[in-house]
Design a protein around this ligand. Structure first.
Ligand code: ADP
Length: 512
């Protein structure tokens, strides 16, 4: 009997590249991972060598293909990627003209400030769903074309771009270009919607926004549906051509991997930061409360896009890292659970982990980490518990912002990411939200989502119902405190956040 077919997911993350092969039941059957170098050329600036991204991604893909017995086992490839990270390369050689500017980099903050000072924030918000923040790709493209202190000072890049010699891509498009041997230059709406250049309502690049940001249209990739045939890998890479059938930003892919297909469904990923996405269906909700409005996916040509409200919290697992590396209260991140469980509450202590400012919904680059409510009775267990509570409370703030924007309160929060292994954290999350928290068996939801999107395009899976049926529960956490205690917790947390805000002097903003 021929070996069963598989879908290969490429999960190109900020610190590592991963490849996972999934079977028809959505089970991971082979996996490989490789970290790559992070570059910090100056404070607040982060870059990647695009060749390191490519080399690590190709190596893990080849490893998984070899583990499963060769490319004949792979029916299609789906790609999920770190979002917003910006690469510009030469069309004729495929060579990058500069290092990738990583999403975390603040190097384009002055460009965004200038656009804001020109009164353009409402225009960008309305068309793109995004605030004018250094996080997003468009100004990073302009930065590369104009050169800069830490980029190769090549004065003719802008002219070369205008002549059509250069191509821009987020990491999805760069990998697609490389995998197809330069045959296909395309991206999908979930990635395009993070550029500040893409009209999320018309699903098209916007010439007026391109003009404001200073990006020539000829560098842009074609935008195609998230799930669909993008092209084939060059036969030389894996021994035979494999169809590439999906591109999606990592958080949108994770939402798909969580089978949060219906409006009102939400997922939260607890990694270094936390990313909560609420599916708002075919409606792009413009946030008045510090959230982003973003495209989730488009499942076929002519199909309407699905949208989400998104809130990003900068420090989630990072707060646990601080307990480990800064305070040395624990030796490894999972130990936080036992330490925090030594006490039944934090004794009135609140920790606001605003190490690099606060993200959604506060967007305060001047906030700094703060601990309030210390007494002589406070010990490491109380601090550990306050740390876990701070993660849950920040996610709670994002949910409240969504409700304030008019979204219905989700009835369940699906969770994933490294820190979702922590039972106490998820119990605290259910308590803070007053909503059930559901952890699936498969926590590799980003790769799984990319696989599902690719498999859907080639008929490996027939529809969303079939995919949704794979979602299986590991454990559900029910709210265990009453509304009175919940209100008290949230009120005190907000008072602690107020004390953390505006602490650093202007000029000391770290933004991310
Ligand atoms: P990323 O993709 O952002 O690198 P991961 O999803 O791998 O993050 O999760 C790692 C983060 O989760 C780290 O910040 C770590 O401190 C935290 N973490 C890992 N395990 C636990 C745990 N059991 N309890 C709390 N935090 C944890």
């Amino acid at each position: 009997m021929a070996d069963a077919q598989l879908i290969l997911a490429l999960d190109q993350g900020t610190t590592s590249s991963r490849a996972i092969a999934f079977d028809r039941e959505g089970r991971a059957v082979a996996t490989a991972q490789q970290p790559f170098e992070q570059r910090y050329p100056e404070p607040g600036h982060v870059t990647h060598d695009p060749e390191a991204i490519w080399a690590s991604q190709l190596a893990v893909a080849r490893s998984v293909v070899a583990q499963v017995g060769g490319a004949r086992r792979i029916a299609a490839i789906g790609i999920a990627n770190q979002r917003e990270t910006t690469i510009v390369w030469e069309r004729d050689t495929g060579r990058p003209v500069a290092d990738a500017i990583v999403w975390q980099s603040r190097v384009t903050a002055p460009r965004c400030d200038a656009l804001g000072a020109a009164g353009l924030e409402p225009l960008f918000r309305e068309r793109t769903g995004l605030p004018l923040d250094a996080y997003f790709s468009g100004p990073k493209i302009a930065q590369i074309l104009d050169g800069g202190p830490t980029l190769r000072p090549s004065s003719d890049l802008r002219r070369r771009a205008e002549r059509g010699e250069l191509a821009f891509g987020t990491v999805d498009a760069f990998l697609l270009w490389r995998l197809t041997g330069g045959q296909v230059h395309a991206t999908d709406p979930s990635n395009a919607s993070r550029t500040l250049l893409f009209d999320i309502h018309r699903l098209a690049w916007d010439d007026e926004l391109l003009g404001h940001v200073g990006v020539p249209r000829v560098v842009l990739p074609e935008v195609r549906p998230t799930s669909g045939r993008f092209g084939e890998t060059s036969a030389a890479l894996f021994g035979r051509a494999i169809p590439i059938a999906a591109l999606a930003g990592d958080q949108q892919a994770a939402t798909f991997g969580q089978a949060a297909f219906a409006a009102g469904q939400a997922k939260n990923t607890y990694g270094t930061g936390a990313f909560l996405l609420l599916n708002t269906g075919s409606r792009a909700v413009t946030s008045g409360h510090g959230l982003l409005s973003t495209v989730l996916w488009q499942l076929g040509a002519g199909e309407p896009a699905r949208y989400a409200l998104e809130g990003s919290v900068f420090a989630a697992g990072a707060a646990v890292q601080w307990l480990r590396d800064g305070l040395r209260a624990i030796d490894s991140a999972p130990e936080v659970e036992a330490l925090a469980s030594e006490v039944s509450d934090s004794g009135g202590v609140y920790l606001v982990p605003a190490f690099t400012g606060l993200g959604a919904p506060y967007w305060d680059p001047y906030a700094r980490g703060t601990i309030v409510g210390l007494t002589r009775g406070t010990g490491l267990p109380e601090l550990a518990r306050a740390t876990l509570e701070s993660i849950a409370l920040q996610v709670g703030d994002v949910v409240e912002a969504m409700v304030a924007d008019g979204a219905p309160r989700p009835t369940e929060l699906r969770v994933d990411g490294g820190a979702a292994a922590n039972d106490l954290l998820l119990q605290l999350q259910a308590d803070v939200l007053g909503v059930q928290v559901a952890r699936p068996r498969v926590l590799e939801t980003t790769a799984l989502g990319a696989a599902y999107l690719a498999g859907l395009a080639i008929g490996f899976w027939s529809d969303l119902a079939e995919i949704g049926a794979h979602w299986s529960l590991d454990r559900r956490f029910e709210p265990a405190i009453g509304p009175e205690r919940r209100r008290r917790l949230v009120t005190d947390w907000r008072r602690a956040v107020e004390r953390a805000r505006g602490w650093a002097a202007p000029g000391e903003e770290l933004g991310m």
